[in-house]
Write a protein that binds this ligand. Sequence first.
Ligand SMILES: Cc1cc2nc3c(=O)[nH]c(=O)nc-3n(C[C@H](O)[C@H](O)[C@H](O)COP(=O)(O)OP(=O)(O)OC[C@H]3O[C@@H](n4cnc5c(N)ncnc54)[C@H](O)[C@@H]3O)c2cc1C
Length: 362
Amino acid sequence: MISLSGMRMVVAGGGAVGSAVALAVRRAGAEVVLADPARLGENASGVAAGMLAPAFEAALDPVSAGHFGIYRQARDRWPSFAASLGRGDLLNRCGAMWAQADSDGVADMGARLEALGGAVEMVLPEEAARRAPGLAAPAGAVFTDEDWRLDPSAVLGAMRQALHREGGTVRAARLTGFTPGRVVLSDGAVEADALVIATGLAPAGWPDPPAELQWLSPIKGQILRAGGSPPLTGPVVRGPGIYVVPDAGGPWIGATMQAGLDDCAIDTEVSARLQDAAAALFPGLAQAPATALAGVRATTPDGLPLVGESSRPGVFLALGARRNGWLLAPTLALAVVEALGGRQVAAYLSSRRFDPTWIRAG
Ligand SMILES: Cc1cc2nc3c(=O)[nH]c(=O)nc-3n(C[C@H](O)[C@H](O)[C@H](O)COP(=O)(O)OP(=O)(O)OC[C@H]3O[C@@H](n4cnc5c(N)ncnc54)[C@H](O)[C@@H]3O)c2cc1C
């Protein structure tokens, strides 16, 4: 167990990643200030569907193709992390199911999931409709229990409460500057031994970030929340170009991957396309009232985040988690504590891995 006792840290960014990092740093004994000018959930973390999806992410996202093992390990950190919040109930081991009208497509997805080495079950059409109430009878379906889900708003709230309870400080302020020993926030300076940047993309309003942040680029995601219509429970259901995530408050329907866009404007044509695709799976969703939301993910060239000390001494990174910030949050928090404690971060996460000099040295 690494001790950061006696150290003073500032974590900039209060999304899934920054919240988990602040908590982990505090639990390792450091004094911590979590700074974010936004209200809780007003970020990518707050509009995410909350899937912890090692299997389907590796099967569907080309950039994640080789990451199943990393993602599964990250998922397995969630039960103890959720329990440490006193909210093990926030984790739903619901599994995920691919359903499609084309049986060749179903067979292909079954083969892709099987190739990962995870648990896969071919499901007959009647059984698929039983497991996912409201599902249009598909030609077939394939289910995996590798993928889980959490409720992002509830978990953000639980992390914030835990941080308050355990002695962390939260400031509604923006990071604007850093010199060794001193972090400048929009509401005043803080003496600190280290700064952790957990702002998703490069921090807004900081003119001079570390060079590693050049490797980040935005991917806008638009998503719908359908009020009251099924499915309210059951597995996540995926089909070509769409997912439907059951939720007691109404399912989440998502999501676009709009590389290069960093705005949160709602495009009504995009919303209509998402709703049509969801209705192909669940016909009842065609007319369901739906609210559109958008957020901006950050990605690196290899789809994994930047973690650990940057080229600027005293500045640590935990950002760029692409489509898997929720999945990876407890893992990144642990890696940051290790880096702050002087240990080396795994090469596949290292914030320096795109620097050719560092790779040669490593
Ligand atoms: C539509 C959509 C669906 C998604 N679904 C999933 C999913 O199912 N599962 C999953 O694992 N991931 C999902 N993701 C991805 C996930 O949401 C992100 O990877 C994750 O939210 C990143 O968390 P973060 O804490 O790094 O960044 P964010 O949540 O973006 O938080 C960054 C915070 O930094 C703050 N900030 C910015 N500049 C400063 C500054 N100068 N000073 C202080 N604070 C600052 C911002 O105000 C913000 O609150 C989805 C994303 C989208 C958009």
